[in-house]
Design a protein around this ligand. Sequence first.
Ligand code: GTR
Length: 327
Amino acid sequence: MNKLTLTAALLASTMIAGLASASDCETTLRSSDTHPEGYPTVVAVEAMGEILKESTDSKLCVEVFHSAQLGQEKDTIEQTQFGVIDLNRVSLGPFNNIIEETQIPSLPYIFRSVEHMHHVMDGPIGEEILAAFAEHDLIGLAFYDGGSRSFYNREKPINSMEDLAGMKFRVMQSDLFVDMVDALGANATPMPYGEVYSSIQTGVIDGAENNWPSFESSGHFEVAGYYTLDQHLIVPEVLVMSKKTWDGLSAEDQAAVKAAAKASVPVMRDLWAEREKASEAKVRAAGVEIVENIDKTPFIEAMVPVYEKYVTSDKLKDLVTRIQATE
Ligand code: GTR
């Protein structure tokens, strides 16, 4: 068999395999994720799909398109609003410019710890924020974890805010994060996740910011040898469904989708805890210089103008007050 025939044969067999698995279910929902196979968010949505298949008696299944196969987050959000993509697992960051309520749990240092974030997002405030998606052609199903995000770069160890001065960092496509980096005295470049590796490698930017699992799985640690644990963001991640898809489901199936999404949250949290440790170990073993225990007070103080700019309406002020008052 020549190379071309072999490729065609392989393609045909993959397609047949695909059809066979799709025919197991009446409807297969397409879900997007920027992360690679095996990443906690990808596995959690796959687990959600298994639960859904079971609870709907194979009426509804989920197929996760990992590794940004369906596009970068900002574009996939639009496609989900249009109903081209059924489900999407994304950080809250890329929603900030569209849904103002998502800015509040995305504020730097709003959460005192990951536990604090869980208490808030698992309760009525989380439900309110999920409900805010409906006006934007999306249904908020559940929140996942994104650990805490810190700065990494290719140039030097960052020991204080002064060290950040004039450096160029990639942020998610959110005005709030641009202002956050500016307020720290550095320069922000918003860009899709998939462009960050080569941009650091070629020096277009000095670095970026993310959690341990993303820093590791993206390979950014190979090109950015300094990581400072300033933990400026604990941004939750969210699983959303296209409102178009949702509206086409019976009330019973909608309830099954919601329940399966909620049931995948503890699965995700367990996977996350494991992966965080493994990623940290891998990054440390690779020789990345880690700056720990830095004084966060100047970072927190520098965020006052950012809060002033974004927390404007009574509704948003009330959300901040209630989050801060949550144990
Ligand atoms: C990750 C997050 C992704 C994506 C990425 C980024 O931590 O899980 O959804 O938002 O960060 O920085 O673009």
